[in-house]
Design a protein around this ligand. Structure first.
Ligand code: PLP
Length: 388
């Protein structure tokens, strides 16, 4: 079978794929159909955080798979309970709702916030403020939350009740919070798809202050930034704030689908039986894998992520063809003269897989990528950034 033409025939054309068929991997190295090897600087968009074919992850998943693959939420299972407890112990959040993707985790956060506000401030207090250039998912509600008009135009009407404001503009959000009925403010501490834009400590602290004063919930979307990516377990921990709701997905599953909404003190009891649900949510195989992942994100690993991130940033910043490098830990965005897509294509030719985010080259390598591979990848990226 010719995969490319068969894919074109039978798969909906939502993804413009690169002409590469990945067949296997080990750690931070991936192999394609023609036995060409690549350094993986994207980890499946921040998912395979311990790389490919990781032994601990495989053992945890296969052990559970051989016991029972799925039960539905009608019954108790141990993996989801252990995972929920670990997430709460490590964050101070109080309760967890499990879903299957980032978008669904955010849907849950939005539902929790709307119910909280409706009960406390009335049914007309439903607005959620998000930031321009944010990305929160592809369902109609999370698209409405996504502050990028380019995603919206074909799918109107979207779920009403979302207002987007410019990041870092304190007056703008203050005016919105004072003039409209607001249930929640939802942010990514580092915008991923929007271009690896890091929010300043000053702004994040301001948001926490103003939301606390007005009993507006602060939701932090950690779908991309979570699970050690930025050198902390969750990126909000870089700011010493406590959100009311945290959402997690991508890296949490280590490669299997999972999403989680972590509910803080104010909303821990917001849902009653029947208020929300998911057939697959809390699936025991996904949760067993995720528990293995979460248990291994300790201070030693996090310090290594910070160190590796600085190493990579330093190596890249030395190039005169790279204008700037944004981001934190192993979540980096590279601004170049050349178009990001051209750089990514050139890197691919030379054996490095990278991502784009708007007009930047985005790097989300596995958190345990050896230093020598990071240095080698940086060389290839720098080369790809050179003018013709
Ligand atoms: C990827 C992403 C999502 C959506 O996650 P899916 O699993 O694709 O639904 C939501 N928020 C952020 C910040 C993301 O990076």
């Amino acid at each position: 079978m010719n995969i490319k033409t068969t894919d074109e025939l039978y798969i909906a054309h939502t993804y413009n794929r690169f002409p590469v068929e990945i067949v296997s991997g080990k750690g931070s190295m991936l192999t394609d159909k023609n036995d060409k090897e690549y350094i993986d600087m994207g980890s499946g968009i921040g998912v395979n955080i311990f790389g490919a074919a990781d032994k601990g992850f495989i053992d945890a998943v296969t052990k559970q798979l051989s016991l029972i693959q799925h039960t539905s939420n009608l019954y108790y299972t141990e993996p989801c309970v252990k995972l929920a407890k670990a997430l709460c112990d490590k964050t101070g959040m109080k309760k967890v709702f499990f879903a299957n993707s980032g978008a669904e985790a955010n849907e849950c956060a939005i539902k929790a916030a709307r119910k909280y506000a409706a009960e406390k401030k009335g049914a007309d207090c439903y607005n959620i403020v998000t930031l321009k250039n944010s990305f929160h998912g592809r369902t109609l509600t999370t698209l409405a939350a996504t502050g990028q008009d380019c995603f919206h135009s074909l799918y109107n009407p979207l779920t009403p009740g979302f207002i987007s404001v410019d990041a870092e503009d304190k007056d703008q959000i203050k005016t919105v919070c004072e003039s409209k009925k607001i249930a929640a403010v939802m942010i990514e501490c580092i915008q991923g798809e929007g271009g690896v834009n890091e929010l300043s400590g000053d702004y994040v602290n301001f948001l926490r202050e103003i939301t606390k004063q007005k009993d507006i919930l602060l939701i932090v979307d950690e779908v991309q930034t979570g699970c050690g990516r930025t050198g902390k377990l969750y990126s909000y921990m870089n700011y010493r704030i406590t959100p009311d709701i945290v959402t997690s997905a991508k890296g949490l599953g280590g490669g299997l689908p999972i999403g989680a909404a972590l509910l803080g003190e104010k909303v821990q009891d917001i849902f009653s039986y029947g208020d929300h649900g998911s057939t697959f949510g809390g699936n025991p195989v996904s949760c067993a894998g995720a528990y293995n992942i979460i248990s291994r994100i300790d201070d030693t690993l996090l310090n290594e992520v910070t160190r590796k991130g600085e190493l990579l940033k330093r190596a890249l910043s030395a190039s005169k063809d790279i204008k700037s490098v944004s981001g934190k830990g192993l979540m980096l965005g590279i601004s170049t003269e050349k178009s990001a897509l051209e750089v990514v294509k050139k890197c691919m030719e030379n054996g490095v897989l990278c991502l784009t985010a708007k007009n930047k080259v985005r790097l989300l390598p596995p958190l345990n990528t050896p230093d020598n591979l990071l240095v080698k990848a940086a060389d290839i990226i720098i080369n790809a950034c050179k003018g013709e």
